[in-house]
Design a binder for this molecule. Structure first.
Ligand SMILES: [Zn+2]
Length: 412
């Protein structure tokens, strides 16, 4: 395995140490099975003594721990491999959506250690009130994490809207938020996380982007390029190309919910007409299936819709067929443009995939030029409705792993 070049300026002692820490930690995180110190030395071309010193720093700082020894056949001591520590720093993931708040904690190994979803219609609630409730849930998560020996090293917040570089929500149409300084509003509450150099205390991002990142880093390695669609009251897409999120020139890519699938269709909240959201948003599907007045929380109503469809109830089947057809028209446009072979349906769509997939595939085969010889896979997300909060927490964990020296400066 080739060793990557150190960054410019790595000749200085401090940066060389930082570089070695990152290099060794990266190899431990990426390994299929716990590597030994000798294997790490061979893989990184570092000396055994350097690897031992680096590993000691990582173990002292609770970033790495020794795995259970694997019994060796024959003579000699059993090999002690190294793994990421499950009880060191962790990421806090937060989500504000139209009808729920979610909070989760993910440890360095990617395991979810705390997860809370609070269902409430947040449209009549002010941003300050919604974020205050979220801060309360986050404080409970922090206490729970501390009880498990974890230190929250940073937070990321998912919102269903357009976020600018300063972390301000410029527009979240379904929440009715415009120019909301989220970080400033949360700053009025007790700090959620410890201070870690190189890890921002709070990053705000679009929920569909964070859900797509959650999908990218969950489960067994999947395709490097895919479209991840989160179907909530609004619909957002995260575009992953060659293993990285494609954000667009200003970070606002993926607004698939406002792609027009019928230019003369019904008016949308955004001011446009015939947007995908007006046909395939969660509330639009439930209304078409006759479940709009049922006064059920969206997740319960979606489960009910899936039950009705499974029982062959005609209105449910028709609503899902129509929703899937509109979704397929939009997806076919994206696939034609970006040449993607995988479409992942997440959020509230995940339980409806058995009924949404056939019409989506039908539109793809009708509209995508290459579909005849190069099929497109449409599948449910690995993560369920919690994808955005998990993706948010995971994004914090990856920041810690990318720059372990920042954590070790205070906690090593
Ligand atoms: Zn629209």
């Amino acid at each position: 395995m080739s060793r990557p070049e150190p960054p410019a300026g790595a000749v200085r002692q401090g940066s060389l140490r930082e570089w070695n820490l990152t290099l060794v930690l990266d190899r431990i995180a990426a390994a299929d099975r716990p590597p030994s110190r000798a294997e790490l030395a061979a893989e990184t071309s570092l000396t055994r003594a350097t690897v031992s010193a680096v590993v000691e720093d990582l173990v002292t700082g609770r970033l790495v721990t020794e795995a259970e020894p694997t019994p060796r056949t024959g003579a000699g001591r059993p090999a002690r491999g190294l793994v990421l520590a499950p009880d060191g720093p962790a990421g806090l993931g937060l989500e504000v959506n139209v009808d729920y708040l979610a909070v989760c904690v993910v440890d360095l190994t990617g395991r979810i250690r705390h997860h809370t979803v609070h269902r409430a219609d947040l449209r009549p609630v002010s941003p300050a009130e919604a974020l205050g409730r979220l801060a309360g849930l986050a404080a409970r998560a922090r206490a729970d994490a501390a009880g498990q020996g974890l230190t929250l090293a940073g937070a990321a917040l998912a919102v269903p809207g357009l976020v600018d570089d300063a972390g301000r929500v410029r527009l979240a149409p379904n929440l009715g938020w415009r120019d909301v300084a989220v970080a400033a509003l949360l700053a009025g509450h007790p700090p959620l996380t410890a201070h870690v150099e190189g890890v921002p205390p709070l990053v705000v991002d679009n929920e569909a982007n964070l859900a797509a990142l959650g999908e990218l880093h969950s489960g067994p390695p999947g395709p490097a390029s895919f479209l991840h669609i989160s179907g909530e009251v609004g619909i957002g897409a995260g575009i992953v190309l060659d293993g990285a999120l494609f954000r667009g020139a200003r970070g606002w890519s993926g607004e698939i919910g406002h792609m027009s699938v019928r230019p003369d269709g019904p008016a949308c909240r955004c001011g446009g007409r015939g947007c995908l959201e007006t046909y395939t948003g969660q509330e639009a599907i439930l209304a078409a299936a006759g479940l709009a007045g049922a006064d059920l929380p969206a997740d319960t109503a979606t489960t009910r819709l899936a039950e009705l469809a499974a029982a062959g109830e005609p209105a449910a089947l028709r609503a899902l067929q129509e929703a899937g057809t509109a979704l397929g028209v939009a997806v076919a446009g994206v696939v034609n443009l970006l040449d993607l072979d995988t479409v992942v349906l997440g959020g509230g769509y995940a339980p409806l995939v058995p009924w949404l997939r056939p019409p989506v595939l039908a539109e793809i085969s009708r509209r995508v030029l290459t579909a005849a010889w190069s099929p497109v896979t449409v599948r449910p997300a690995v993560l369920g409705a919690e994808a955005a909060a998990v993706g948010a927490a995971g994004s914090v964990v990856r920041r810690i792993l990318a720059r372990p020296a920042g954590w070790l400066a205070r906690h090593g």
